[in-house]
Design a protein around this ligand. Structure first.
Ligand SMILES: [Zn+2]
Ligand SMILES: [Zn+2]
Length: 251
């Protein structure tokens, strides 16, 4: 009898929770059958990168043949980003941008677990358990205002899912860079070039490791490129990147 009481109580408790807090779509108030999913309408307006993608940035690449060469999008072909491989889960448009913004600015930490699962699914062929997962850092002044580094939270979840090490303090911003929105690719690269360093006490954690950089959204990739450069400078064996969203046309 004792063994049956627990599951029954558990069932009553979860039914109660579901009645009081019914599962909602991640992106809108629609009730859903399972918690932390998307409703049908939002699913239809979310552009997941599931087909052939650019091996550098993860954006969809129109091609019928995936077997011949490494796929690279036009933008990465013109300007190789500097890291080894990269993937993104969704396009930064429609529901994809809505979810990215909500996670960054609206205290929606409950979104981290499902978002990280999308990211790991998108990066399945580039991630491994022997990597060290490192988030793109936030300057302390922004951290104060925003209260959490959304990339650090994603990095922890991603590392948990793939069974890898995570070091959220490994990279640091020496100064707050200006908001990059509206800048050209060149201006963005110049604005972040010297802003990021490997924290001296973490150099040894990066040396000879396969680094997986995690960020919420990739626009031109300037910040991720700066992170890549300092990780290579610290002796990283390889640097890959994984983001939630990718801005499809960012020039
Ligand atoms: Zn919805
Ligand atoms: Zn690309």
């Amino acid at each position: 009898m004792q063994t049956e009481r627990k599951p029954l109580l558990g069932r009553i408790r979860s039914t109660l929770i579901e009645t009081i807090f019914p599962a909602r779509c991640l992106a809108c108030p629609t009730e859903t059958v399972t918690p932390m999913g998307l409703c049908g309408a939002c699913w239809g307006r979310t552009h997941f990168f599931t087909g052939p993608v650019c091996d550098y940035c993860g954006v969809a690449v129109p091609t019928a043949d995936r077997t011949t060469t490494r796929l690279i999008c036009d933008s990465c072909d013109r300007t190789p980003p500097g890291w080894d491989r990269g993937r993104a889960a969704v396009a930064y448009d429609g529901v994809g941008s809505q979810i990215t913004m909500a996670f960054k600015h609206s205290d929606r930490l409950d979104m981290a677990a499902p978002i990280a699962r999308w990211m790991v699914a998108a990066g399945a062929d580039i991630v491994s358990a022997d990597m060290i997962v490192i988030p793109v850092p936030l300057h302390w002044s922004r951290l104060l205002r925003r209260r959490y580094n959304q990339s650090a939270i994603l990095a922890k979840h991603v590392a948990g899912l793939i069974g890898a090490d995570v070091e959220v303090e490994a990279l640091k911003r020496r100064y707050a860079t200006p908001f990059l929105k509206g800048m050209t690719r060149q201006e963005r690269h110049e604005a972040v070039r010297d802003a990021i360093i490997v924290a001296p006490e973490f150099v040894r954690s990066v040396t000879d490791r396969q680094v997986l950089l995690v960020d919420d959204v990739m626009t031109t990739g300037a910040t991720l490129a700066a992170c890549t450069q300092v990780c290579r400078g610290a002796g990283a064996q390889s640097v890959s990147v994984l983001t939630l969203a990718r801005v499809a046309r960012a020039e």
